[in-house]
Design a protein. Structure first.
Length: 256
């Protein structure tokens, strides 16, 4: 093993609207394994949310990075990175009537209260029905929250509260995790663990920027956000045209 490939899921290999993985993507994953590459999924999904993915996918991966890097699963062992002040952040979200999906250190995901917008969003993107449970002071690894009107200055208003966190802004929501981790920093940790520096990262979203920047070779999907493309070494085709397969072929990681 002398290469590691880090793969975002939604919008990269999993069609977010039609909810499927193409046969060419499976072909690429299988060939990566045959060619002795290590393969890691690297997603903001919690592991609960990954369970809705086709089981066939997991035949071709060596590890799962969930919660944007805050939860790693290798050899069926959980490696969580806890948000140090999660109780205070949740208290602030509750005070501001902001709803959120949270993930506990034992890898369980919940929505804090019924919210049709969030529930429908998770069903639309992940094909996943969120479990609903009020927060009960658990240690958390990841918080996905939805400020009113997607207020991009929310964290700045409470800067002291978020100074020990990494937070990511997307077009519809925000994510929060421990400051020591993100989808890029976890690439470095996995690379160091296996003593492999030849790394490839491929994704489509804002939260994939750090991943592709940390990898030796960063690849943006054609359907990806512009900021990702601006930081990529290579822009492949979109997901509808099997951009993942084409990128693996372009870099010689797989054959015909």
């Amino acid at each position: 093993m002398n290469k590691i490939v880090f793969i975002d899921i939604d919008g990269t290999i999993f069609h977010p609207k039609e909810h499927y993985i193409s046969e060419l993507s499976y072909k690429a994953l299988k060939q990566l394994k045959i060619n002795d590459c290590l393969v890691f999924l690297n997603s903001s999904r919690s592991y609960d949310e990954m369970k809705q993915l086709p089981k066939r996918l997991f035949n071709y991966v060596d590890g799962v990075i969930s919660c944007a890097g805050a939860m790693v699963i290798i050899d069926n062992k959980l490696e969580p990175t806890i948000i140090n002040n999660s109780k205070e952040i949740i208290a602030n979200l509750n005070y501001n009537s902001i709803n959120y999906r949270y993930v506990t250190s034992d890898n369980k995901a919940y929505l804090n209260k019924p919210d049709k917008y969030i529930e429908n969003l998770y069903m639309e993107i992940y094909n996943y029905k969120l479990n609903i449970k009020e927060y009960e002071d658990e240690d958390l690894v990841h918080i996905h929250y939805f400020p009113k009107n997607n207020d991009i200055d929310y964290e700045k208003k409470y800067s002291e509260l978020f100074e020990d966190c990494n937070y990511i802004l997307t077009s519809r929501s925000h994510e929060c995790l421990n400051k020591s981790i993100d989808k890029g920093l976890i690439v470095q940790k996995i690379s160091d663990r296996y003593l492999i520096s030849d790394t490839y990262g491929i994704g489509d979203g804002n939260n994939d920027v750090e991943m592709i920047k940390m990898c030796k070779t960063g690849i943006a999907m054609g359907n990806g956000k512009q900021i990702l493309k601006d930081n990529a070494d290579y822009v492949t085709s979109n997901i509808e045209n099997d951009g993942f397969y084409k990128a693996m072929k372009y870099f010689g990681l797989i054959g015909e």
